[in-house]
Ligand binder design. Structure first.
Ligand SMILES: C[S@@+](CC[C@H](N)C(=O)[O-])C[C@H]1O[C@@H](n2cnc3c(N)ncnc32)[C@H](O)[C@@H]1O
Ligand SMILES: Nc1nc2[nH]cc(C(=O)O)c2c(=O)[nH]1
Ligand code: SF4
Ligand SMILES: [Mg+2]
Length: 231
């Protein structure tokens, strides 16, 4: 929402009704499951407002029951597609536990895209993958041990010379701030170029990410859905 969204706190309901922006079938365009057919569930609202956020997550009035949401997922999921990606907005702003538990209970894989600042107790499962894209210096302490991979969004002139990771605030332009780093490098790091809506800058951001990935041993990921004009 380009930093224009309202800051919304975590709402801990029973999770039997969620505020949803959209449900759509696509190829995962980012992170460890890039290229995989997946059904995306985009939840509404966020507790942050990144000035470069590329997503609308506030324009929906749809608040389906859990059953209605599950039916919508099933109606568009090809039988070979077992990957459900829960994103947003910030998914942990709402109680997504019943949704996640039901999807796992059906033998599906669940991947969550999160900024890592909130937490809701979720079952441990090797079919549950939490990918955190840090936006702040600190993360919720309970989510850190559950994070499978980090995905840092990089932009030229805003990275740390030491480790190549973000050194600027995501909430306030041109404000020096080192975002979260793992104490011990246990989870893999993906670097992804920031889409600043300007092809020249995006080209530079892509070159920056390639260089930093090769210099530090991170994995490059691109928002391939944007190259393919996929949702
Ligand atoms: C829209 S966010 C929603 C999930 C969660 N709030 C988060 O930030 O991870 C989904 C992904 O898009 C990334 N993203 C948002 N705006 C972007 C931009 N302008 N360029 C590149 N990635 C962007 C985020 O870093 C995150 O990895
Ligand atoms: N195809 C596709 N892949 C994605 N990976 C993360 C996305 C997101 O907005 O969370 C996203 C998205 O919006 N579309
Ligand atoms: S935390 Fe995620 S959804 Fe929220 S504003 Fe930042 S990038 Fe957008
Ligand atoms: Mg997106």
């Amino acid at each position: 929402m380009k930093g224009k969204n309202k800051l919304r706190r975590q709402e801990l309901t029973d999770g039997r009704e969620l505020w949803i922006q959209e449900v759509f079938y696509t190829l995962q365009g980012e992170g460890p499951f890039s290229g995989q057919p997946s059904v995306f569930v985009r939840t509404c609202g966020c507790n942050l407002k990144c000035f470069w956020c590329d997503t609308d997550f506030e324009s929906s009035t749809w608040r389906p029951s859990l059953d209605e949401l599950l039916e919508t997922i099933e109606n568009i999921r090809p039988s070979f597609c077992d990957l459900i990606v829960i994103t947003g907005g910030e998914p942990f702003r709402q109680n997504i536990a019943p949704l996640v538990e039901t999807l796992l209970g059906r033998g599906l894989r669940v991947q969550i895209e999160t900024n890592g600042t909130l937490w809701i107790e979720l079952p441990e499962s090797e079919r549950l993958t939490i990918v955190c894209s840090p936006k702040t210096p600190g993360l919720h302490p309970d989510i850190v041990p559950r994070i499978s991979a980090y995905k840092y969004v990089l932009s030229v002139d805003e990275v740390d010379a030491e480790d190549g990771l973000p050194a600027r605030s995501t909430q306030k332009e041109n404000y020096v701030m080192r975002l979260f780093r793992q104490k011990k490098a246990v989870a893999p790091i993906y670097v992804m170029p920031r889409d600043d809506g300007d092809e020249n800058l995006n080209e530079r951001n892509r070159a920056l990410c390639a260089d930093i990935a090769m210099r530090h041993g991170y994995t490059l990921c691109l928002q391939t859905h944007k190259m393919l004009a996929l949702r």
